[in-house]
Design a protein around this ligand. Structure first.
Ligand code: OSB
Ligand code: MG
Length: 370
């Protein structure tokens, strides 16, 4: 596989509904799409960095810089036997996993398309449908939250996650449990608490949540281990799991019982597969996280979710919750049973609407060999 041309686009797409977490609210999604071309085929990768360095240290600006100035020169013109060779080839660049992942995932799509196989098969996936859950952001009121959850349950989603933060936690969980009973329910704090809040967080235990996601700092493992010893509710780590090595430390320390995999956070599909396999060998179930992706990144997430240890429903939902229209046609849809069909066409297996991409583009750069 040879990458002859790499194209970067920064896109701005309005969200159907604002999304609010413990670090703020967004109304539009700004994100980079990477296109790679080689030997007559084309691959796409979506970068999950955001405008602001709040979820992670990376932003669209840092990703643009790292891809254009450091990753492109290392992949353009190079021959790779397999896309799993890309991440190691970028070893000299420390960190910047979201930038690396965007290019690496585009290379996997390119490779799968050159072979005429769906990405799920190339990744080693084993299912043809995936279980879909939703992430419900912080709302204007508890009534709005209950209405949002009711809508998602009616759409068929198999698991509800609600975002929490200090001042929007026990009451939010209480209203959802009292209105909707024993549904599969979890919370995500996006690092909004500290170990000093342990007793407060333990008050979530009676609600029998599937898990609490990333209660403590984005770069912490040790305090999560201490907190897990004080909670009945399983801890799931998201932000903290930046590398497979950190995941090993977290598992060994007892800092989590579940891990959320986002390929952008760990540097792409090859690292995601290593993380998936590490978790499987320790009996840690995984689920696929989401970053409000367009249909391009969403399709990629669906393919990765077909690996066997993705036993819990992920944050991979229908296109129309996010963008209308999406960048792909047809959009990704969830069936009444809360599952999503895995695309079967080569690569990510979705048709990309070039006109919609062009319309949403606010910056464009082509990196090619001289
Ligand atoms: O913590 O999982 C998260 C969105 C942006 C940044 C971080 C997170 C999220 C979500 C949304 O929870 C998941 C989705 O619906 O894509
Ligand atoms: Mg999260």
């Amino acid at each position: 596989m040879k990458i002859e041309r790499l194209e970067l686009r920064l896109l701005k797409l309005p969200l159907v509904h604002f999304f609010e977490t413990s670090f703020g609210r967004i109304d539009d999604k700004h994100f980079i799409i990477v296109r790679v071309d080689g030997e007559g085929a084309t691959g796409f990768g979506e970068c999950v960095a955001e405008q602001d360095p709040y979820y992670s240290a990376e932003t669209n600006e840092t990703c643009w810089h790292i891809i254009a100035d450091f990753i492109a020169p290392r992949v353009l013109g190079a021959t790779f036997g397999h896309p799993r060779e890309l991440f190691p080839a970028l070893k000299a660049i420390r960190g910047h996993n979201m930038a690396k992942a965007a290019v690496e995932m585009a290379a996997w799509d390119l490779y799968a398309k050159q072979r005429g196989e769906p990405l799920s098969r190339v990744l080693g996936g084993t299912r043809d449908r995936i279980a879909s859950g939703v992430s419900v952001g912080i709302q204007r009121s508890l009534d709005d939250l209950a209405a949002a959850v009711e809508r998602e349950l009616a759409a068929g989603y198999r698991r509800i996650k609600i975002k929490i933060k200090p001042g929007w936690d026990l009451d939010a969980v209480e209203i959802v449990r009292s209105r909707f009973g024993a549904i599969p329910l979890m919370v995500d704090a996006n690092a909004a608490y500290s170990l000093a809040d342990a007793n407060h967080l333990a008050r979530l235990d009676p609600f029998d949540l599937m898990m609490i996601e990333q209660p403590l700092d984005y770069d912490d493992v040790a305090d999560h281990a201490a907190l897990q010893r004080m909670l009945k509710t399983p801890i799931c780590l998201d932000e903290s799991i930046k590398t497979v090595g950190i995941a090993r430390q977290a598992i060994d320390a007892g800092a989590c019982r579940i891990i959320n995999i986002k390929p952008g956070r760990v540097g792409g599909f090859a690292e995601s597969i290593r993380l998936h396999d590490l978790c499987a060998s320790h009996g840690i179930p995984v689920w696929h996280g989401g970053m409000l992706e367009s249909g391009i990144g969403r399709a990629a997430n669906i393919h990765l979710s077909t690996l066997p240890n993705f036993t819990l429903p992920g944050d991979v939902a229908a296109s129309k919750r996010y963008f209308d229209p999406d960048l792909i046609e047809p959009p990704i849809e969830v069936a009444a049973d809360g599952t999503i069909a895995v695309p079967t066409a080569p690569g990510i297996g979705v048709a990309i609407c070039d006109d919609r991409i062009a319309h949403a583009t606010i910056r464009h750069q082509i990196c090619a060999l001289d």
